[in-house]
Design a protein around this ligand. Sequence first.
Ligand code: SAM
Length: 343
Amino acid sequence: MMENTKCYCLKVPLHQVKYALSSFENFLRDDLKFSKENGFIFLPLKSVPADLKGFELIERSFNKRNRKVSYREIADVPDEVRKNLPRSFDVVGDIGILKLEESLLKFKKEIGEAMLKANNALRVVCIDRGIKKDFRLRDLEVIAGENRTVTTHREYGVDLRLDLKEVFFSPRLAQEHWLSTRFVKENSTVLDMFAGCGPFSILIGKQCKPAKIYAVDINPKAIKWLKENILKNKLEEVVEPIQGDVGRISKRLREKGIRMDNIVMNLPFGARSFFKDALSLCRNGGLILYYEILDKKASTKRMEDLKREGLELGKKIEVLSRREVKSYSAKEINISLIVKVRD
Ligand code: SAM
């Protein structure tokens, strides 16, 4: 039930709302919802300003705002460890993923239950013990809710089905997935070198009308989910899933005479060793979207390294953009480069 609270308010004509909000910012109550009637907005006040700037002061009832309760407030943990509860967590589909420090592990059940209570959309809560090397998989443990790690994640209108224990996926890369669609033109041929369950390939396939996307991953389970997502998003004619090491697959594609207009290289700890493969597959004027996690001081040098590698293959490389995706550690950053390749 919505609670009603009576208080003084300002009666403001709609066309003056912006002016009133900026003039009385410090006088307004943030626990009550503004109300609207007959061309006026009513702004509830916590104290009455000396100068009303010509607005009418009246008394009126207001509905309470629904304040979202954080799991940190309701978790049944001792007060001395409450401050250690993480302020943020990842959400993939209906699964919440938390990193817990040592002092919190013995309260994992209580923390998981609080997460479910405070976040209606969650059905599962997991703790994340870090990324395992080979296929970049998360080491997960379900601590509350349904005992599963399979979910459907929605990103920019695209549904991706995946098992977090079987394939890498990070909701924090959503913007990167989206940005990749900005540089792919209609009828292009695209290579997604490290495709995972397909966030780049599926979004590009849906948004850019490419002629063909070759989506490669070494992890057979990633390919299983990629295939499911290709079907789910009706991209069977466009996206070709290929399981295997991208070094070997690149050689095979090259031998068949296939060349790419765009190449996505999203393996931040390993893309470097496949850059030459990408160069040799890239058409004159093609673009490579390259990610790497490296020492903060090394990023300028890395651009020089890549240019040199280009020259060794008789290609000219122009770095069109360099962006910091995020800080990875105190010393390392994840950078994204858009590289234009010329013969
Ligand atoms: N692009 C996906 C995304 O945004 O979710 C997945 C990125 S994940 C960081 C890197 C992927 O590269 C993993 O799925 C891993 O299995 C795959 N991988 C690692 N080494 C590979 C290789 N040599 N050839 C092909 N794929 C590889």
